[in-house]
Design a protein around this ligand. Structure first.
Ligand code: MG
Ligand code: MG
Length: 620
């Protein structure tokens, strides 16, 4: 399958965009009119640049407000079209995309529109050109793809076909089964966009919130299945209007765009088994094997004291490096203070932070291939300093994501570390429940694509959490068994906890790591006895709890005493407790799930408010 992208998706000049699109691996390009108008180069020069970059211009777009006009306005619309055909000759492209009209004088009526389109196609054909007609979701003339197909069908001209745009189709909640009935040879262009489900006016939704497949919530696999039934074999082209993309780095956005199409083609062809797979199948991570902290000598005492209070023990020391392994249950935490290591460089840049994760996957070699196919470069650590040889990719926030074979991990630890003789006892903490990461909006979209396309993690619907200083968007990516979950928080507001964390970290970072226990009351008591700083909880929170839930006075009292938060869903109850932020950076959360499947979302505003107060105190 050939992949294409519209220049409007990316930041920079037309020339920058051409370079980024070519480097990302696309074969085709859509030229968006505004990008040409603002270029200092002639259309002929642009055509040569595109050709030299190994790209083919598949369409020039958009041609607006053409159909449904009468008299002088109609004649003028055809004159404009002739000028566009002149330009297309110079650009060396043969397809003009016409989007349905929003001209106030344009009148609806399918046969009138069919007549206009027929005449336009006739004129295009005289120049060996073609026209694709798109139903714009907010046009008063034609807004439904089934009507645009009817107009094209009635016009009945070989140089006229349809442009299908998934955003316009899904945003109007039109049924999509009819797509399958359109003959593939009458579809001249397919534009792909995903989007979060938002209730807002379609024009603003379209102009600001479209995103790449895999980053939003539209059922594009379903669309692709219908499209395959038509026999369409033209390119898939991304047309994404998104504020973050246009403010972001053209190269990295173009790369994500290419990945998203490879992934979409793969995931949808798996459904229909109609095409050979382009990608190795994803190995869903079975758990978090380890989390590595970049630590300085200053922070080490407090970090180790806190984790000791939570029941972790220093279980092993690296044979050659200033690296420790702390363990409890199935959780491994690595503290890295080695000079010249990746962790050390990460520390210099970001301070105390999480610099690497190990995700256990059955068959890391398959994941290495899949990562390469998706354009995520795989490295094996620094050859001068690292002996572990584990494959890793770089996450959007710059931390390493290792692929770890669960069967190989134990010998790996033994090879690298010397065990401490520690007495074994029943752990309080069994496993890592979730990792909450704070990112800016652009990185959160990159992370969404990575979690979905590479690991097949399932996104929950994004939610907005109220921080005292603005909105934070929160979305969870979790494995089917819920053994791995990343909560991604992002914000555009400047003074939110999320933004302040971003500033502190000089980039993204972990807000909290949540450990799962079966004995939250026991751990909470121990933390209190050992004077570990526990996040404050307001009196009003517990008053509210007693109003919302069927809890006895004694139960509420116990929760309040220990600063434990509570929630409940259809599957069961949930308890959580947070430490205070450590050096204003991140904290630890302990959760106990009695069947509960969520992540304590109703308590998130309280946490952010408490953390904001702590950050403010530190800023005084
Ligand atoms: Mg479109
Ligand atoms: Mg949490």
């Amino acid at each position: 399958m050939r992949y294409s992208i519209a220049t409007v998706c990316l930041s920079g000049t037309l020339e920058t965009k051409i370079g980024a699109i070519s480097k990302a691996g696309f074969g085709c390009i859509e030229i968006f009119e505004n990008d040409l108008v603002t270029s200092r180069n002639s259309p002929e020069t642009i055509a040569t640049m595109i050709c030299d970059a190994g790209l083919e211009t598949i369409v020039y777009q958009p041609f607006r407000d053409f159909e449904g006009l009468a008299g002088k306005l109609r004649a003028k619309a055809f004159d404009r079209a002739e000028r566009k055909f002149d330009l297309m000759t110079r650009l060396d492209t043969d397809l003009l995309m016409v989007c349905s009209s929003v001209h106030p004088a344009a009148r609806p009526g399918i046969s009138r529109i069919a007549d206009d389109l027929h005449e336009l196609a006739d004129r295009a054909a005289q120049r060996n050109m073609r026209v694709a007609y798109e139903a714009l979701g907010w046009s008063h003339v034609i807004s439904d793809y089934r009507d645009s197909w009817e107009a094209v069908r009635q016009a009945n001209h070989p140089a006229l076909g349809l442009c299908l745009d998934t955003f316009h189709i899904y945003s109007r909640q039109t049924e999509i089964d009819s797509v399958a009935n359109i003959p593939g040879e009458k579809i001249f262009l397919v534009q792909i966009a995903d989007a979060p489900r938002l209730s807002m006016d379609p024009l603003s939704w379209s102009r600001h919130h479209r995103c790449f497949p895999g980053q939003g919530q539209l059922d594009l696999d379903q669309f692709m299945e219908r499209l395959r039934q038509t026999g369409y074999d033209g390119p898939l082209s991304l047309e994404i209007f998104n504020d973050q993309f246009r403010a972001g780095n053209a190269d990295s956005v173009a790369l994500d765009g290419h990945r998203s199409l490879v992934y979409l083609n793969q995931s949808s062809s798996e459904l229909t088994s109609s095409q050979p797979a382009e990608l190795e199948s994803a190995q869903e991570p079975g758990g978090v094997e380890f989390i590595e902290f970049a630590v300085g000598d200053t922070e080490y005492p407090r970090l180790s004291e806190t984790l000791g209070a939570l029941g972790f023990t220093l279980s092993a020391i690296h044979k050659a490096k200033h690296v420790e392994r702390w363990t409890q249950g199935n959780v491994n935490l690595v503290f890295n203070r080695e000079d010249g290591s990746f962790a050390n460089r990460y520390y210099d840049l970001h301070g105390l932070s999480v610099c690497a994760y190990g995700l256990s996957v059955n068959g890391p070699a398959t994941m290495v291939t899949r990562a390469n196919q998706l354009g995520y470069p795989v490295s094996y650590g620094d050859p001068n300093t690292d002996t572990h040889g584990l494959p890793a990719i770089m996450g959007p926030e710059g931390a390493q994501l290792y692929f770890v074979d669960p069967n190989e991990q134990s010998p790996h630890w033994d090879r690298e570390f010397i065990d401490n003789d520690i007495e074994t006892r029943n752990p309080w903490i069994d496993t890592i429940d979730h990792i909450a990461v704070t990112m800016d909006h652009e990185q959160s979209l990159q992370a969404a694509l990575l979690h979905k396309a590479l690991f097949n993690l399932n996104p929950t619907a994004p939610l907005n959490v109220l921080d005292p200083s603005g909105l934070v968007r929160s979305q969870v990516f979790e494995s089917t068994q819920r053994n791995v979950a990343f909560t991604i928080n992002s914000t555009g507001a400047r003074r939110t906890v999320a933004s302040q964390t971003l500033e502190k970290y000089a980039g993204s970072g972990v807000n909290h790591i949540a450990f799962r226990t079966k004995n939250i009351f026991e751990i909470a008591e121990r933390m209190q006895n050992l004077s570990i700083e526990i996040m404050d909880v307001t009196e009003n929170y517990y008053d509210d709890l007693s109003a919302r839930f069927d809890l006895s006075t004694d139960e509420i009292q116990r929760l309040k005493q220990l600063h434990i938060l509570y929630d409940k869903d259809d599957f069961g109850s949930f308890f959580q407790i947070f430490t205070k932020l450590i050096y204003g950076r991140f904290c630890f959360e302990i959760v106990q799930r009695n069947g509960y499947r969520g992540y304590g979302f109703p308590n998130a505003q309280l946490r952010l408010t408490m953390q904001a107060a702590d950050i403010d105190l530190q800023n005084v």
